[in-house]
Design a protein around this ligand. Structure first.
Ligand code: SF4
Length: 671
């Protein structure tokens, strides 16, 4: 299986052992004190897991190119030593590693940022200074110097970040380059910076050194490149010395999601295929590839020569080895939620992974064999209970997992039905297989009581019983038109055409998607592209068209919140805007600062700024407020049992699978 994926690639001066690249992903360890030894352990595990080539997180070639103040930079000989730890750790397992050179340009989150022209980006607060001609030349030298230092540190090559709207991309596009000197104006002038940079790096590092150029194949912003310009640039950088071309999709300021879970798998491999046909160097496909079969199909269909995945290697370091051993069903699949990886990075916190809390904690969170084998009862097979059970069993404990339902997964079973959250099926598949693999005794349809648990002879009992919806005390809440989100998602009760949703947190957004989208666009890549305004024919600059709703919304929805803040502002930094935009496209009316007055036959009565109105709806769905479900705790403690609370049963502020899984894992590591 996966023959193409596992095929070595001979680059002439070096050979990659397969076609799988771990893409660049900042971890936050780069800036931590002693972070490089942790970074070495992180990459070493991925190298051991079989990946062919790793690309590090973006490292700036100079101070002004930093993404954040005191971001990681490679400019001086004394910075080489810490990188050696990383390259040596990776090489001992037979993988190659390239350092990504990333100059943030106007995306630099600090007042010293620079750009081709003095134009502020819409997503950062700092207006950049314009680089002088002399500074442009100095920046190219800094790239070459950093690449030379990378070679000294043992890297097999570099990736030059030319996409996602960073400095090089800013030179290339008119939108950010209004210079009138040799670095601006015509396309040749605008691409000069990219070509000179590649040339200088090649010159500094010699011929036996990998240079990957990340080419922005779809800018997805106004005044982006045309297809012909993309191809011309690709040819130019290959001629200037690039060994391979990686795919870049969308500037960070683009208002089209490119990597979130709503994006169809391999949604952009068609553009890699089109560009590849024009080039003679190996081309790499990226974005929303999280499964070995999807990756294999891309190669078999001639869309790319290699496949690049970043987040899937956070989710499972052994992705390649498992695929090679025909055990793809054991892969812990990245669900593209961004919650523990990119959202953390944007908050300047260390990245990890929602489904794999060990990611970036390889030296800190370990599941070593238990000294005493304990008999453990876990009540609740939601994310917290599942994670605890698997890690505890892995350590050698005897684990009995109980759930009153007929299936594992808890709240994940509701999430997986939401259009665009199909990936949650994968997490449930993974846990199902892990329960079998670790011989966990699974008891379904098995509601537990204090008596049954006390009679079970358990050493310790873990309550992962989750949450119950909280009574919000709304007058008229017994009216038949009032439903809870469980009535909708679990019990599939009938819902009318006009609906008010109370609570605009993650659940409110999910229920809105569920009630408006008939057929998940995530499963229809072409319709999805059209819906978001991506021009597959590439007739418009930046491949940007006016978005055209793929199908009319199924219902009229009002999404309401009590707080006065922007609706959806509490959602994840990197995906919240896309959720909001998706619902706006379906005509969902979002109202903030709402006072809920009552429900009656006429609908939901609310007031906003003391103005009363009635939303004439058929149903009101309550998605606000949860309380921990801990009914068993007190009785068990009174009977002298040792009890632990994890997940929603511990803290139920908002459904939080990231916290639940981490807490389950951490308890399992020490019990
Ligand atoms: Fe993937 Fe979510 Fe893990 Fe990030 S946190 S690697 S998106 S599963």
């Amino acid at each position: 299986a996966y023959q193409q994926l596992l095929q070595p690639l001979d680059l002439g001066f070096t050979t990659l052992r397969n076609r799988v690249i771990m893409g660049s992903m900042h971890t936050g360890l780069e800036e931590e004190k002693n972070g490089f030894s942790k970074l070495a352990a992180f990459y070493a595990e991925r190298a051991k897991g079989g990946v062919g080539l790793i690309i590090t997180g973006g490292i700036s070639p100079n101070f002004r190119g930093n993404l954040v103040p005191f971001g990681c930079q490679l400019s001086f000989w004394w910075q080489v030593g810490k990188h050696k730890q990383v390259t040596e750790a990776v090489h001992q397992y037979g993988a190659k590693i390239c350092l990504q050179l990333l100059h943030a340009g106007r995306y630099g989150y600090h007042p010293f940022n620079v750009a081709p022209s003095k134009i502020k980006s819409p997503i950062t607060p700092f207006k950049p200074s314009e680089l002088s001609g002399r500074q442009v030349r100095a920046t190219i030298k800094d790239f070459a110097n950093a690449a030379k230092l990378a070679k000294k540190a043992g890297y097999d090559g570099v990736e030059i970040m030319g996409s996602e709207g960073y400095l090089i991309n800013q030179f290339i596009c008119q939108r950010t380059n209004q210079r009138t000197d040799e670095w601006g104006g015509s396309f040749d002038n605008r691409s000069r910076f990219a070509l000179e940079t590649v040339r200088a790096v090649r010159e500094a590092c010699g011929k036996d050194f990998i240079i990957i150029y990340r080419l922005s194949m779809l800018d997805l912003v106004e005044d982006g490149n045309t297809f012909d310009e993309v191809v011309a640039l690709g040819k130019g950088v290959a001629k200037a010395g690039a060994t391979m071309i990686n795919t870049g999709i969308g500037w960070h300021e683009a208002r089209i999601p490119t990597i979130t879970t709503r994006v169809p798998r391999a949604a952009f491999s068609w553009i890699t295929e089109r560009v590849r046909k024009e080039l003679s160097v190996p081309v790499i496909a990226t974005n929303r590839i999280n499964d070995p079969q999807v990756a294999e199909d891309i190669l078999v269909n001639g869309q790319a020569d290699l496949v690049c995945m970043a987040r899937p290697f956070l989710a499972d370091a052994d992705f390649v080895n498992k695929a090679a051993a025909d055990q793809a069903d054991l892969i812990n699949t990245c669900i593209a939620c961004n919650q523990a990886c990119l959202d953390h990075i944007f908050q300047q916190k260390r990245a990890s992974c929602l489904v794999n809390p060990r990611a970036c904690y390889e030296t800190e969170l370990n599941f070593t064999p238990a000294t005493t084998r304990k008999k453990l009862a876990v009540v609740g097979a939601g994310p917290a209970g599942l994670a605890f059970s698997v890690y505890a069993a892995q350590r050698g404990h005897e684990v009995h997992l109980f759930d009153k339902s007929h299936q594992i997964g808890g709240q994940f079973n509701y999430a997986k039905q939401i259009p665009g959250k199909e990936e949650f099926h994968e997490t449930l598949r993974y846990y199902g297989r892990m329960l079998e693999l670790h011989a966990i005794k699974l008891h379904l349809n098995a509601e537990q009581s204090v008596e049954s648990l006390s009679a079970g002879g358990f050493d310790e009992i873990i309550l992962a019983t989750g949450i119950v919806p909280r009574d919000i005390g709304l007058p008229g809440q017994d009216h038949p038109k009032v439903l809870s989100y469980l009535d909708v998602l679990r019990d599939h009760k009938a819902v009318g055409k006009h609906v008010a949703i109370i609570g605009a947190g993650g659940i409110g957004f999910d229920v809105s998607e569920y009630l408006t989208e008939e057929h998940s666009l995530t499963l229809q890549p072409d319709a999805w592209l059209k819906d978001w305004g991506v021009d597959k024919a590439y007739q418009a600059r930046g491949a940007l068209l006016k978005a055209e709703p793929a199908e009319p919304a199924k219902r009229k929805i009002y999404l309401l919140q009590r707080k006065n803040t922007k609706v959806g502002s509490g959602l994840g930094k990197t995906s919240g805007w896309a959720h909001r935009a998706s619902l706006q496209k379906k005509g969902v009316e979002m109202l903030a600062g709402v006072n809920y007055l009552k429900v009656d036959d006429a609908g939901l009565w609310i007031s906003i700024n003391n103005e009363e109105r009635c939303l004439a709806v058929d149903n009101v769905v309550i998605c606000a407020g949860q309380e921990p479900l801990r009914a068993l705790q007190q009785g068990l403690i009174e009977r002298g049992q040792k009890v632990h609370l994890i997940g929603g049963a511990d803290v139920a502020a908002e459904l939080d699978a990231k916290r639940a899984i981490r807490q389950g894992a951490e308890l399992a590591a020490q019990i």
